[in-house]
Design a protein around this ligand. Sequence first.
Ligand code: HEM
Length: 359
Amino acid sequence: MVFFYVDNLSAKLIFGGSNSGCGLCNKSIICQSNPSFMELKEEIVKKVLLLQQKYAAMGQDLESYLDGLLHADYLTYWDYIHLDTLLSLQTPRTSFPDEEIFIMYHQITELYFKLTLHEMEQIVAHKELTGKFMTARLKRVNSYFQALTTSFEIMVNGMEREQFLKFRMSLLPASGFQSAQYRLIEIYSTHFRNLVQAESREKYASDYSEKDLVEMYEDIYWKKGATELSSGKKTLTLNQFEEKYTETLLGTAERCYRANILHCYTVLPESEKADLDLITQLKWLDVNVNINWPLSHYKSAVKYLQKNPVDIAATGGTNWQKYLPPRFQKRIFFPDIWSEQEKEDWGKSWVEEILHQTN
Ligand code: HEM
């Protein structure tokens, strides 16, 4: 047992047995007649000593840090999560109330994308990756995407179409197309070659080298979604995006050349690769990112941009009807875990269901 005696000038540690008490009355551990006599639990003393070691190792003085602790305020919820900042990030460009919904739902989506990348990074950076760890992290990613897919109703039915069609004109040429995190999720998931437009993919060997990445980037599938129908030129939306993010995207492609989810799976021992739980999570990732989310998103484009005498142009005058549906793009992260028939039918039933509903 350790006792700590505090008076105005000094503090003394007194070590003794459990019967030791206050040096003045020798009665109790927490002394009534002398309240400045305090018991200090052994665990606390041990922690103080550990802290002293920690700070000494960095040439720091524990006492100064303890002073800091004495003066520091208690943490609050709002400071911890930066609530005021978070709630100040919605700045509509128009006075249509539904524009706030549009902004916030995009922000919510970007936070889920960030969570996804956080999990993916843990997989690709793992020094001793196991199938079990991979499965657990992919389960998390799949739950984020399931939440995104099911909540997309907020976009589809949660805004007045008339308001949307007006406020969107004040947002041009900005588009969710410019979401870099969305592209990073794809780059983390698979070999870069799988993200090349289907028509150009054969140009690149399946054992392509890291040097090919720059050329492949020019053939990346998303450029197709941002080419002006009338002139065949890149849209301003794409030009802005490339100017800001090409370096980051290519840098990540290089980093993920031999460190993406597909690669990490391929190099696992055969016994772990055959694990059904893991294969199921990989399949869900493919379905969630490449079919379910794109279809929920497509549904919103259909709701707001279709059904006009002449369909309302997408952000850059692109043919979004031909670009957005997964069955046309056929983006597949893990082609080898699907049968030929499944790949052939990629996204089909869903698309037909949606088109049926909106006709
Ligand atoms: C009313 C709601 C929405 C409509 C009508 C809509 C419409 C569109 C359209 C037409 C495109 C094609 C490119 C373009 O012309 O801009 C597109 C692309 C895209 N949008 Fe949205 N969008 C909506 C909501 C969202 C939300 C909430 C997100 C979340 C971040 C998002 C993310 C994306 C992404 C990532 C792409 C690129 C998809 C790809 O390349 O396959 N969109 N959107």
